[in-house]
Design a protein around this ligand. Structure first.
Ligand SMILES: [Ca+2]
Ligand SMILES: [Ca+2]
Ligand SMILES: [Ca+2]
Length: 180
C-alpha cells in the first residue's frame, strides 16, 4: 500500500515537473527510422517519409496506397506502376496484419475487396508474386488457392486471401506498394 502511495506521489511529482510528459503518447520508431520532425521547437526521430506523391502510407520500410477505385486486375497493376509502385506483395504475417488493419478502417463496408499482386497464370494452384518475391507467407481461406489466376483480399472473409477467375470483376479496389 505504501509502495503504491510512493509510486503515485513520484508520478504526480514528475507530472508536475514536466506538464507535457503526461500528454505525449509513446513513440515507436522502426528500424528504418532515419528522419526527424519538429513540433513546438522539439526535434524528434521520425519514420522515413513516403515522398513524391501524396497519399502513401509508411510502414516498416515500405509505402502503401489504398485505392477504392474498382478496377480490373491488370489495370490496377498499371495504375500502381504509373505512380512508381506495384500491386502489393504481402510477405509476412505482420505486413498482412497491417494491411488488414488499414482496410478495416478505410473500407466503405460495402463488400469491396482488394487486389494483391499474386498471379497464377497457368492455373496450377501455385501463385507467384508478380514482383518475383517468394510466396512464403500466405493467408488463404480454406480451399484456396483454387486455380484461379487473380489474388485478392476478400471483404467477406475478413480480408483473408482468395483467387478470382475474372480479372474484370468490378468489386475490387487495390493496394499498391513501393519501397520507402
Ligand atoms: Ca472480389
Ligand atoms: Ca501457377
Ligand atoms: Ca468479395
Amino acid at each position: 500500500m505504501l509502495g503504491y502511495l510512493v509510486l503515485a506521489t513520484v508520478c504526480l511529482a514528475s507530472a508536475l515537473a514536466d506538464p507535457m510528459a503526461n500528454k505525449l503518447r509513446p513513440r515507436q520508431l522502426d528500424e528504418f527510422s532515419t528522419g526527424f520532425m519538429k513540433e513546438d521547437g522539439v526535434l524528434r526521430g521520425a519514420a522515413p517519409e513516403c515522398r513524391d506523391q501524396l497519399g502513401w502510407v509508411y510502414h516498416k520500410g515500405n509505402c502503401y496506397m489504398f485505392t477504392s477505385y474498382h478496377e480490373p486486375f491488370l489495370r490496377a497493376e498499371e495504375l500502381c506502376n504509373e505512380v512508381g509502385g506495384y500491386l502489393a506483395d504481402v510477405l509476412t504475417q505482420e505486413e498482412n496484419d497491417f494491411i488488414k488493419s488499414v482496410l478495416n478502417v478505410i473500407n466503405p463496408k460495402d463488400g469491396t475487396d482488394y487486389w494483391l499482386g499474386g498471379l497464377d497464370n497457368n492455373r496450377d494452384k501455385e501463385l507467384r508474386w508478380m514482383t518475383g518475391e517468394e510466396m512464403a507467407f500466405t493467408n488463404f481461406i480454406n480451399g484456396e488457392p483454387a486455380g484461379n489466376p487473380y489474388l485478392h483480399m476478400n471483404f467477406d472473409k475478413g480480408f483473408s486471401w482468395d483467387t478470382k477467375d475474372d480479372a474484370n470483376d468490378k468489386d475490387n479496389g487495390f493496394v499498391c506498394k513501393r519501397k520507402a
